[in-house]
Design a protein around this ligand. Structure first.
Ligand SMILES: [Zn+2]
Length: 295
């Protein structure tokens, strides 16, 4: 844990992240995180919200399309599900949006981030209060319809950036079908796919005290670090006591795992989250850059 990147300049345009940005502050609708603040991109300052489709006006999107500057869209997908006792339900969605927004800023002005699919496929967490889940066909239909909407506006390059494990396999299984039906250049990833690449994996090993195999994990070292870096107001450790909590889970292994995730989460640090997030953002931006170049 020798050298972390400096916090300055870590995220583009998120100086006001906690208050006006991805924060769950009153100015933003929960589940639709909107990071404000100025981002210095290619030597100029822009409002970082301008890469978020839902924050744009019709005029902005129309002119970007007419002028030919808008070349691609990212469709973030996540979940609203229990993240143990200490993280907010919106963790996966907020993470996917953050990675998408940061990647789009890197590729400014070519990319817009579509409104996220903020509920995912989470039936296996329904024993835990608060979780919302979609049937796979509902989730896939939402993702498809959003992509189709983007296509109808003339966007021919679409990258689905997922932040929830339960969505991953269904997305991959339907990608070829989406591609042939939509007739656009479309791809999908989960943002932690970045760590499947050897160089990124080696880099991540420096930070993951509980082991590289625990990326992304669930509410443990990785996700908690990510949250501490990006939206610390969504980490709530006050009053959390795993020696006293009664989870009422049928399978004793589930309760044991839940406890283990919590104790692993105590290894989380904002600095680790920043370093890991930076890897994921660069990887997503690079993939999308190559998709745009190829289309
Ligand atoms: Zn999660």
């Amino acid at each position: 844990m020798s050298s972390f990147p400096s916090r300055r300049g870590f995220l583009l345009g998120v100086s006001g992240l906690a208050g006006a940005g991805l924060g769950a502050g009153a100015r933003n609708q929960p589940g639709l995180p909107a990071s404000g603040g100025l981002a210095r991109v290619q030597g100029a300052f822009i409002d970082s919200r301008r890469v978020l489709l839902w924050e744009c006006t019709r005029k902005e999107i129309r002119e970007a399309l007419e002028g030919g500057r808008l070349k691609a869209a990212i469709v973030p997908t996540g979940s609203t599900e229990q993240h143990n006792e200490h993280l907010a339900m919106i963790q996966d969605t907020a993470s996917a949006v953050l990675v998408a927004q940061q990647a789009a800023l890197q590729l400014w002005p070519q990319v817009t981030v579509a409104t996220p699919v903020a509920v995912g496929i989470s039936p296996y967490w329904m024993e835990r209060p608060g979780t919302l889940t979609l049937r796979p066909e509902t989730y896939l239909a939402m993702v498809y319809d959003i992509c189709d909407s983007l296509r109808q506006h003339g966007l021919k390059t679409i990258f689905i950036v997922n932040g929830h494990g339960g969505n991953d396999k269904p997305l991959r299984e339907h990608l070829a079908e989406f591609r042939s039906k939509l007739g656009v250049n479309i791809d999908a990833c989960s943002y932690w796919d970045a760590f499947a690449e050897a160089a990124n994996r080696e880099e991540a090993k420096k930070y993951m005290e509980t082991g590289i195999e625990n990326i992304p994990g669930h509410s443990a070292e990785f996700e908690t670090s990510f949250a501490l870096a990006a939206f610390p107001e969504r980490v709530h450790r006050d009053g959390v006591d795993y020696e006293k909590v009664r989870l009422n889970l049928k399978d004793p292994k589930d309760a044991a795992d839940d406890r283990r995730y919590y104790y692993e989460s105590l290894k989380a640090r904002a600095e680790k989250g920043e370093a890991l997030m930076r890897i994921a953002v660069d990887w997503v931006a690079d993939r999308l850059r190559r998709m745009i170049a190829a289309s």
